[in-house]
Design a protein around this ligand. Structure first.
Ligand code: IPM
Ligand code: MG
Length: 360
């Protein structure tokens, strides 16, 4: 029987629509080949939604996402919307989507592909073979903690306030995702915190340590976040799976991304307890190169593969897409962000065509 899935597409802003178009073509072809029925519906998010409705995450969009089997998101944001009040800014829409769907676990794999070793800004011997999974807590911590806001004190001076807060249950549920993920990989988990200074991190470390008793087969270590940042660029091969809070994860996943040569290569999955997952590239909307056919669509395409693997449980379809990506890289196709000597420079659309050809 043909499997039927309803997928909500959120192209968003900047290069979003261009890279989404490539991913949808790829998905359509793979679906045909594997006899899956994918039904696509599109909705507004980010600056595009703010312009059209005044709300960066319209209620209709959230409802549509809730009723689908998975959500494929491209990117949001751009300088154009920077002056807007916070509740209308594109980032607020993205955070509301994560919170609205309860997507507490963010999986950000950073794998250095042999074809792209030389695209990294670090030495070949440092990055060759790197394969890290950063698991970032996504609906808590300082991003959502209260009190938050800009308040006026009695003296009339303004104070900006955010609160970093984690409860035991929030730490435990992301901890479980991390141990389970590490178990399926090389069974090494590094938990990153700032327990030498922050109470919230002290509790984080206590709970992760307690949880590790249930996973004796996984080797657990702890690092302070400053040291973890340094170790990631010093000798990244020491890491397998990393688990950390929202803000530290935001920062460390960008560092991990750059080990691979370009943030333009990295997909991510955001998962909750039951709601549909959201699959999106780690990179942003790159407004400086939008509508110029220069964007690298591979992170978007690999996000579609993650959607098939983690969101729809269709690993064969995911494998097919990931192999097609390797094939176009082997054939020498490169967008500008991963270009190196002797390779064929292509734009976003031509990269998409090469992928379709590789899939045939
Ligand atoms: C990310 C981004 C977002 C974040 C921004 C756009 C709100 O940097 O997904 O890493 O900080 O989470
Ligand atoms: Mg980020």
């Amino acid at each position: 029987m043909t499997q039927h899935y309803r997928i909500t597409l959120l192209p968003g802003d900047g290069i979003g629509p261009e890279i989404m178009a490539v991913a949808v073509d790829v998905l359509k072809l793979v679906a045909r080949q594997l006899d899956l029925y994918l039904e696509f519906q599109e909705a507004l998010i980010g600056g595009a939604a703010s312009d059209a409705t005044g709300n960066p995450l319209p209620e209709e969009t959230l409802e549509m996402c809730r009723k689908s089997d998975a959500v494929l998101l491209a990117a949001i944001g751009g300088y154009k919307w920077d002056p807007l009040p916070r509740h209308q800014r594109p980032e607020t829409g993205l955070l509301a989507l994560r919170a609205g769907l309860g997507l507490f676990a963010n999986l950000r794999p950073a794998q250095v592909l042999p074809q792209l070793v030389d695209a990294s800004s670090l030495k070949r011997e440092v990055v060759e073979g790197v394969d890290i999974m950063v698991i970032r807590e996504l609906t808590g911590g300082i991003y959502f903690g209260k009190p938050k806001g800009i308040f006026e004190t009695e003296s009339g001076e303004k104070r900006g306030v955010n609160t970093m807060v984690y409860s035991e249950s929030e730490i435990d549920r992301i901890g479980r995702v991390a141990f389970e993920t590490a178990r399926k990989r090389r069974k090494k988990l590094c938990s990153v915190d700032k327990a030498n200074v922050l109470e919230v991190s002290q509790l984080w470390r206590e709970r992760i340590t307690l949880l590790s008793k249930e996973y004796p087969d996984v080797e657990l270590s702890h690092l302070y976040v400053d040291n973890a940042a340094m170790q990631l660029v010093r000798w990244p091969k020491q890491f397998d799976t990393i688990v950390t809070g929202n803000l530290f994860g935001d920062i460390l996943s960008d560092i991990a991304a750059m080990l691979t040569g370009s943030i333009g290569m990295l997909p991510s999955a955001s998962l909750g307890a039951s709601a549909p997952g959201v699959f999106e590239p780690v990179h942003g909307s790159a407004p400086d190169i939008a509508n110029q056919d220069k964007a690298n669509p591979l992170a978007q395409v690999l996000s579609a593969a993650m959607m098939l693997r983690y969101g729809l449980n269709q690993p064969a379809a995911a494998d097919k897409i990931e192999q097609a990506v390797l094939k176009v890289l082997d054939a020498g196709y490169r967008t500008a962000d991963i270009m190196s000597e002797g390779m064929k420079l292509v734009g976003c659309r031509a990269m998409g065509e090469a992928l379709l050809e590789a899939l045939q």
